[in-house]
Design a protein around this ligand. Structure first.
Ligand SMILES: [Fe+2]
Ligand SMILES: [Fe+2]
Length: 321
């Protein structure tokens, strides 16, 4: 049976009229201007003529979580090529689905954010995210010839963000946490891939994503400084903590191991402690933790929990925005 092509999520997003149109936040307005200047066309800009062998070592094998383990050493040359294709496609597919989540989430921001400058920027982000969906889909279909479904953990995170009716939680979830996750993963692949099309694609997508994170940081910083009470702040901290826990421990390519018939428990254990995952966590939390701090969310309650997760060490690094 093939999976349904469409699915309906019951997400109630309040629609906000804003009757004041003049600029009131210069920083957000200039991000909007920058976004207009930096538009690009993935169809004409990227070198699609490059041939990609989906089973080649497009990412160094050392970045495959089970590399150099007893499981890996038993694989035939044929199986190694298969694992490469599946692992790389799984990662790129998660980006594709994350980009769809960002497209949907940002369109919700356009209708619900109570500030004209912010929704102008969000409108530019909608087209950015459509472009990202377009280029990842094409890369997977034409070059890797294999697309994975979203992992259940990514799906759960996206569902939570899209069904929450509070605009700031969408912004926090989408722009700070999911985009933080995306940027860390993009950066890792961009740094280590020798495949020129993917490198170029990620380079251009990352420039857009950096703008999106900067927007999230600036819009939320002001709101959390005086727009929420203590109970509301705690709810945001709990949400942040849960999302960080999920991102630290759950993005372990389990669908790949299952598909290839490899021993699940061992593969998950290897994934959790693999050099790839350690590098990914470092890039991820070096980005997210300083941003969470800048938003004023890193009070003793959350510090204690970040310390337990082993990610508090990143708090002194510079934030985005
Ligand atoms: Fe994106
Ligand atoms: Fe984005």
């Amino acid at each position: 049976m093939t999976a349904a092509v469409t699915e309906i999520l019951d997400a109630r997003t309040p629609v906000t009229y804003v009757w004041s149109y003049e600029p009131s936040r210069d920083d957000l307005r200039s991000l909007y201007d920058k976004a207009k200047q930096e538009q690009w066309d993935g169809r004409t800009l990227l070198p699609w003529h490059h041939e990609v062998d989906p089973e080649a070592e497009n990412l160094p094998d050392a970045y495959i979580p089970i590399y150099d383990s007893p499981i890996w050493r038993k694989l035939s040359a044929r199986n190694v090529r298969e694992v490469r294709q599946h692992q790389y496609s799984w990662m790129m597919s998660q980006f594709l689905h994350g980009e769809q989540g960002a497209l949907l989430g940002t369109s919700q921001l356009v209708v619900t954010m109570p500030l004209t400058d912010a929704r102008f920027f969000a409108a530019t982000q909608v087209i950015d995210e459509a472009r990202h969906v377009e280029v990842f889909e094409r890369y997977l279909r034409e070059k890797l010839k294999l697309t994975y479904a979203p992992s259940r953990h990514l799906r759960a995170l996206l569902d939570q963000i899209l069904t929450d009716s509070r605009w700031d939680v969408k912004l926090l979830g989408m722009q700070i946490l999911v985009e933080g996750l995306a940027l860390a993963s993009f950066r890792m692949i961009h740094n280590f891939t020798c495949e020129p099309l993917a490198k170029d694609l990620l380079h251009n997508v990352m420039r857009d994503e950096a703008r999106h994170v900067a927007f999230g940081v600036r819009a939320l910083e002001a709101f959390y400084a005086d727009g929420v009470n203590e109970r509301e702040l705690r709810e945001r901290q709990e949400f942040t903590y849960e999302a960080c826990r999920l991102m630290r421990d759950r993005f372990l390519s389990e669908d790949v191991w299952q598909n290839l018939g490899l021993p699940m428990a061992e593969c998950l254990e290897l994934s959790l402690h693999s050099p790839a995952m350690i590098e990914f966590r470092r890039l991820l939390f070096a980005r997210i933790v300083p941003n969470v701090k800048r938003l004023g969310l890193l009070t003793p309650w959350l510090r204690e929990r970040f310390d337990e997760l082993g990610i508090l060490q990143y708090e002194a690094l510079p934030a985005d925005g």
